[in-house]
Structures are given as structure tokens and as C-alpha cells.
Design a protein around this ligand. Structure first.
Ligand code: CFM
Length: 539
């Protein structure tokens, strides 16, 4: 069958009923760089069609699991049935490293109100209060976060009222999140809700000053597989003080202190751009997008930080670190590149990695032949330039947009508009911007939002990529087809992959996977067993 992306696109959707076919058609585009600098428009961040078998997760997962979960000393209590807690219990591979053995670390715990039918009928607030009191007595935390699961919203328990009451009673910071699973079309809504929550309840609570010269926050770095540790180490070697990370290897106090930094670095734009924007409005801290996935991208990101601080000594140190690291990376890169050059990859994951990891593959000469996010928005595909023209639908309007004004005492613009413009000129970048996935891709590549199970299978059959990147739900189906699947969420329990040392790990892992003969010996069960087919009756 033809591998022309236009033909493949038609093939992928022809099985669907008419209405769904139309919708999916708008969620699949073929990359092209147009003369006016634009890229094709993609439909994204809309409801998943029932039955297509999505890769997505829920709003609660995005709030509790993704954004707040990696912070080790905020005690997380899940208000809901036990299943919601169980499936968020250390299932994301974020790591943490308390400074001393006595430091609080609640990451290994799983706290739930264990809602029962009786609570659904008569309300669960009383039970929630008891749970907060009990947890406080047991753990004596600095802060307690309460997360709402679907039934909480359905029966109308007011977690915010409970949080206020408990805060007054216990004298520690208690705050709630209305992050019911159904609240948005994916986990992306949960990111926004979590961002609003930390902004309202945490950031700004700790005014401890630091006299370091170069102070940054790392936003949207969740320390999966130890990525955050690698970045902390690189920044420290360059002499850059990391005030806080949102939220890998973070603590409540570091997050509360974030407003004392002079620059916000945004790794994962999708999950945390809200915090960056709000911090600039309230405190005057500019933000820039960075990408520490890939050796070249890491070097570029470090140089941009140097350009921002406009300090010769810092820049020299950054160059030293880059030179040292690159020398080591080069050894593995050239070796692996000689074996991987020209091989192909597909990436369908999350809301930023499907973009960032294309860079790592490019480092070893591998080509991305199809990609997409699970829950990215149009700006993650097309760049933030499209934001002013973006139509906000009812599902997005459902999520609170905080009105943020400058802090009367603490607003201090770190750079004037002219200064920022000057730095942009030097660094070939823009503040408050993310160029998105598609502008950095080759032309004529299929980009698919919220990939379905059927589409994934057909893509693999048609293109037979050398590697498919996705998550645990896809992994074994893909591998039974004789194609290795790299999990880009959990890193298949390996990593770190960020920064220079991380890149080396990735190159070695990919080398092993794409050059292993075993895949050609796989006979999938459906090749030897009878298959059942069903017709769609909806048309
Ligand atoms: Fe950002 Fe993430 Fe991602 Fe994400 Fe995620 Fe993740 Fe991801 Mo899994 S915050 S959007 S909600 S980079 S958990 S660390 S790997 S889907 S691409």
C-alpha cells in the first residue's frame, strides 16, 4: 500500500462512521511549511470519541499524578473510591531525593478517603475531614492537598470548604482541587487546575531571599527516571541557582519561594505554561521555553540562559560545561549514529515528549515518520502564535482562568521590554513563546492528535517503523507486531534521558532496541489464530 501520507490518512479513517471520519480527519494533518510561516491547523484538545480506545488519561491524573504528585512533602489525600488512589500510587516514575534522612517524604504513601456507597448517598465531607485530621496527626506535614475524583463532583462535596475549615483548625496550609476525572477532555485540564491551585495556595508563601546572581525555576520538569537530577547537576555546575522545580524533586517550601527567581524555564509547556504566565503577571518574572531533551537542544537551552543573564563569566562557564559534556556525548553518539542512521521512529505520547524526543532521534540520524500528542492543544502543535485566534470551547471554559494582577509589594519586572527584545535578537528566541511541534518537523509527515488503537495498528502495518514510542497501554500490542516499543512516559524503567548524560542513555537504549534481530522472529497470535470482525452499524 502507498506510503503517501495523504493516502495513508484516508486509509486510517475509512473504517469509521461518517461523523467520526470527519472529526478524525480534522485531527490528522500532513506537515508543511507555508510561505507565510504558518503550518496546517489541527483539531486538538477536543473530546475523545467513544469507542476509539484513546491513549488519554483523566483530569484527576493530570492534577494529582502529574503536577502535584512529584512534590515530596505536600501530603496528598485523594477524596474518592480506593481505585482512583491505587492507580495513582507511584505509577508515574518521578523520583525524589530528600536532603537528609529526617526530611519528610510522603511519595511512597497512598492516602485515600476510600469512599463507599454510603458516602455517595449521604455525602463524604465528614469522612474527608476525619481523613485530614488523621493524616495530620500521623504525618505532621507542612501542607495537605485534597484531590477530587469523579463522584465528589457528582454528589457535590465541597472540598474547598473542608480545606478552609481544616486549615483554620490545624494551622497548616490545606487546599483542595476540583479535578474530578470528567472535568475536562483529558489530563490536560488537570494540569491547568493544578497550576491554578499552586499559584493561589503555594507560590509566594515563602519570601526567603537568595543572594545568588543567577536564579531560575524549572517549570514542567517532573524528574521522570531522574531527568530532574541531571538538570539540577548541570545548572549547578554552570553556577545557576535553581530556586524551585515544578515539580520533580520539589518541596513545598521551594515552590512557595519560587517568586524570588529571576527567570522561569519551561520544559513541558503543556502542563505548566499557566504558572509561567501567571508568575510573570504577578511578580514580573519572564519565562522562556527550553528543551533539555537531546544534546544539541540542551546546549542551546543553556546558551539561552547565558544570554538572558548577559554575564560573561556565566557564559564562559556554560561553554566549558557544554564542551566537557559534548566530548563525552560525541563518543556514544557517533557510534550509535553509525548503526541507526536512516532508521525511522513514530512518537505518540503526552503533550510534549512527542516533540522533544524527535530531537534525540535526530541526534543519531533517525527520522520521525509520524507523531502526535495524546492531549496537546493546538499551540503545542502549531506554536503559541495561534493563541489569539483560538476559539475557546465549552469544555475549556469549564476550567477557571485566574485573573492575575501585579503583586502590590512584590511585582518587580526583571527586565524591561527593550531588554527582552535585545536578548531575543541575540538568542534567536522569543520570551513567552513556544514554537510547537510541527514547525520543527520535516514536511510531508502525518501528525495525528489523540491516536486511536485502530489507527496505531494500521500505521504500524503500513509504515513498519523501526521503533514506536508510546506508553504501557500500547507497548505489548506493538511488540507482538514485531516492532519494538519504547515507553516515553516511564522510559521502560530506565533513564534518565535528559541533558547530555541522559542522551547517552537514550542512544544506547535505542541502539539496542532497533538493532536487535529478535523482532523479526515474532509471530503474533493473530497470525495463527482465528480473528473476529465486526461491522460498524452507525452510518
Ligand atoms: Fe508534560 Fe510530562 Fe508530557 Fe505531561 Fe504525562 Fe509524563 Fe507525558 Mo506521561 S507533564 S505533557 S501529562 S512531559 S505523565 S512527565 S510522560 S503523558 S509527554
Amino acid at each position: 500500500m502507498s506510503k503517501d501520507p495523504r493516502v495513508v490518512k484516508e486509509e486510517l479513517i475509512q473504517i469509521y462512521p461518517k461523523k467520526l471520519r470527519q472529526k478524525r480527519s480534522e485531527q490528522m494533518v500532513i506537515t508543511e511549511h507555508r510561505e507565510d510561516g504558518s503550518v496546517p491547523e489541527i483539531k486538538a484538545n477536543v473530546r475523545t470519541s467513544p469507542g476509539i480506545i484513546t491513549q488519554r488519561g483523566c483530569t484527576y491524573a493530570g492534577c494529582k499524578g502529574v503536577v502535584i504528585g512529584p512534590s515530596r512533602d505536600i501530603l496528598s489525600i485523594v477524596h474518592g473510591p480506593i481505585g482512583c488512589s491505587f492507580y495513582a500510587w507511584l505509577t508515574r516514575r518521578n523520583q525524589t531525593r530528600p536532603a537528609t534522612l529526617d526530611d519528610q517524604n510522603f511519595m511512597t504513601y497512598c492516602l485515600s478517603t476510600d469512599m463507599q456507597e454510603e458516602n455517595i448517598v449521604f455525602g463524604g465531607e465528614k469522612k474527608l475531614k476525619e481523613a485530614v485530621r488523621e493524616a495530620f496527626k500521623l504525618f505532621n506535614p507542612r501542607a495537605i492537598a485534597i484531590f477530587s475524583t469523579c463522584p465528589v463532583g457528582l454528589i457535590g462535596d465541597d472540598v474547598h470548604a473542608v480545606a478552609r475549615e481544616m486549615k483554620a483548625e490545624l494551622g497548616v496550609n490545606v487546599f483542595g482541587f476540583s479535578c474530578e476525572g470528567y472535568r475536562g477532555v483529558s489530563q490536560s485540564a488537570g494540569h491547568h487546575i493544578a497550576s491554578n491551585g499552586v499559584f493561589k495556595n503555594v507560590i509566594g508563601n515563602n519570601d526567603t531571599p537568595h543572594d545568588d546572581k543567577f536564579k531560575v525555576n524549572m517549570l514542567g520538569e517532573y524528574n521522570i527516571g531522574g531527568d530532574g537530577f541531571v538538570l539540577e547537576e548541570i545548572l549547578a555546575r554552570c553556577g545557576i541557582k535553581q530556586i524551585s522545580t515544578f515539580s520533580g524533586n520539589s518541596t513545598y517550601e521551594t515552590m512557595a519561594n519560587a517568586h524570588t527567581a529571576d527567570l522561569n524555564l519551561v520544559m513541558c509547556h503543556r502542563s505548566i505554561n499557566y504558572v509561567a504566565e501567571m508568575m510573570e503577571k504577578r511578580f514580573g518574572i519572564p519565562w522562556m521555553k527550553v528543551n533539555f531533551i537531546g544534546a544539541d537542544s540542551s546546549a542551546k537551552s543553556l546558551r539561552r540562559i547565558g544570554d538572558y543573564f548577559e554575564d560573561a563569566e556565566l557564559k564562559a562557564r556554560i561553554e566549558e560545561v557544554i564542551a566537557e559534556e559534548m566530548a563525552v556525548v560525541e563518543v556514544t553518539r557517533s557510534l550509535v549514529k553509525s548503526r541507526c542512521q536512516g532508521k525511522t521512529a513514530m512518537l505518540f505520547v503526552g503533550g510534549s515528549r512527542a516533540h522533544h524526543y524527535q530531537q534525540l532521534f535526530a541526534d543519531i540520524g533517525m527520522k520521525t515518520i509520524a507523531a502526535g500528542y495524546e492531549f496537546g492543544h493546538r499551540d503545542d502543535y502549531e506554536g503559541r502564535k495561534i493563541l489569539p485566534g483560538l476559539k475557546v470551547d465549552a469544555d475549556s471554559r469549564n476550567i477557571e482562568e485566574l485573573e492575575v494582577v501585579p503583586d502590590p509589594e512584590r511585582y518587580r519586572p526583571r527586565r524591561t521590554a527593550e531588554e527582552l527584545a535585545k536578548i531575543e535578537g541575540i538568542s534567536e528566541m522569543e520570551f513567552r513563546d513556544y514554537v510547537g511541534m510541527m514547525p520543527e518537523m520535516d514536511d510531508d509527515v502525518l501528525v495525528i492528535d489523540d491516536l486511536s488503537h485502530h489507527e496505531a495498528e494500521r500505521l504500524l502495518e503500513i509504515y513498519k517503523p523501526d521503533i514506536f514510542c508510546a506508553g504501557i497501554k500500547e507497548k505489548f500490542g506493538v511488540q507482538k507486531m514485531g516492532i519494538p516499543c519504547k515507553q516515553l512516559h516511564s522510559y521502560d524503567y530506565g533513564g534518565p534521558y535528559a541533558g547530555f548524560r541522559g542522551a547517552i542513555n537514550f542512544f544506547n537504549d535505542i541502539d539496542r532496541m532497533v538493532n536487535m534481530k529478535i523482532w523479526s522472529y515474532v509471530t503474533p497470535p493473530w497470525a495463527t489464530q482465528a480473528e473476529k470482525h465486526a461491522e460498524v452499524a452507525a452510518d
